[in-house]
Write a protein that binds this ligand. Structure first.
Ligand code: SAM
Length: 253
């Protein structure tokens, strides 16, 4: 097994219990639900066979499986999937490496990746596998850390360097960089946007910043910031402050 794959398995052994904690507060659930709704808004109505690639502890997969029963979740970390097993018992779970997908060509109508591409090293290989696993008119819907803003880029670099909960090699993407990767892997990009500014900081990671759960009125603040962030992400100069890039693509004909 590749060195990075082994490192990811080790890293996520320790992270699995933290994810359950991350999703356990009203204010953080509100934020995650909104993020999931943003991703699900790109799911074509006629798609039936869906995959959550890097599903982790299954909180997004649970929503996907509700919309498309029989959803499949894949992750390299068995520790993360053990939480999924309890949380979304109806979904089908596969332990495997996204860089070597164990599916036949054209097995899916939609593939979601919420924050898993940046954990791998062969990005074009990962995306090419997705293209092969997708039907001709299938879609790849992805949300990944956005490094368009140098302040965010540096904050992420420092966090990843000094925190034991991150791997320094797992840096994010610029929007144009991710678009280029999609295109090199044989995708036509049909949507490229940004997601998450203040609500992302306030509610995204109570497992890393435990103090956030004590912020008075955090539920109301998140509701306000979700709307405010949407406005920022739709505004030309301000969208550079977003923490995530959301990209959708379909296999080129
Ligand atoms: C940041 S977590 C996101 C988990 C989940 N999508 C969520 O949003 O809660 C990244 C996930 O990618 C998984 N991962 C990392 N490298 C992988 C690989 N090569 N193949 C499959 N999954 C991988 C990790 O085990 C982890 O569960």
């Amino acid at each position: 097994m590749a060195i990075n794959a082994q490192a990811q398995i080790e890293l996520h052994k320790a992270l699995a219990p933290r994810y359950a904690y991350r999703y356990s507060f009203e204010f953080s659930r509100l934020f995650q639900d909104d993020w999931h709704a943003e991703l699900l808004s790109h799911l074509p109505p006629n798609s039936k066979r869906v995959l959550d690639l890097g599903c982790g502890t299954g909180f997004f997969l649970a929503e996907l499986d509700e919309k498309r029963p029989g959803a499949i979740g894949l992750d390299i970390s068995h520790a993360m999937l053990r939480v999924s097993e309890q949380y979304v018992p109806s979904a089908r779970l596969v332990t495997a490496d996204a860089e070597r997908l164990p599916f036949r060509e054209r097995s899916f109508d939609a593939i979601f990746c919420k924050g898993s591409l940046h954990h791998t090293r062969d990005h074009i290989g990962f995306l090419s596998n997705c293209r092969r696993a997708l039907a001709k008119d299938g879609v790849l819907i992805m949300s990944e850390p956005c490094n368009d803003n140098f302040l965010i880029r540096w904050a992420r670099f420092l966090l990843y360097k000094f925190s034991p909960h991150f791997d320094l090699g797992d840096q994010g993407f610029t929007k144009e960089g991710l678009r280029e990767l999609y295109e090199k892997a044989g995708f036509e990009v049909t949507f490229a946007g940004r997601y998450g500014v203040f609500a992302y900081v306030l509610a995204g990671f109570p497992d890393h910043l435990g103090i956030l759960r004590f912020v008075p009125g955090n539920v109301g603040l998140v509701k306000f910031f979700l709307k405010f962030d949407r406005w920022m992400c739709a505004t030309r100069i301000l969208r550079i402050f977003a923490f995530q890039v959301v990209m959708v693509g379909k296999p080129k004909a």
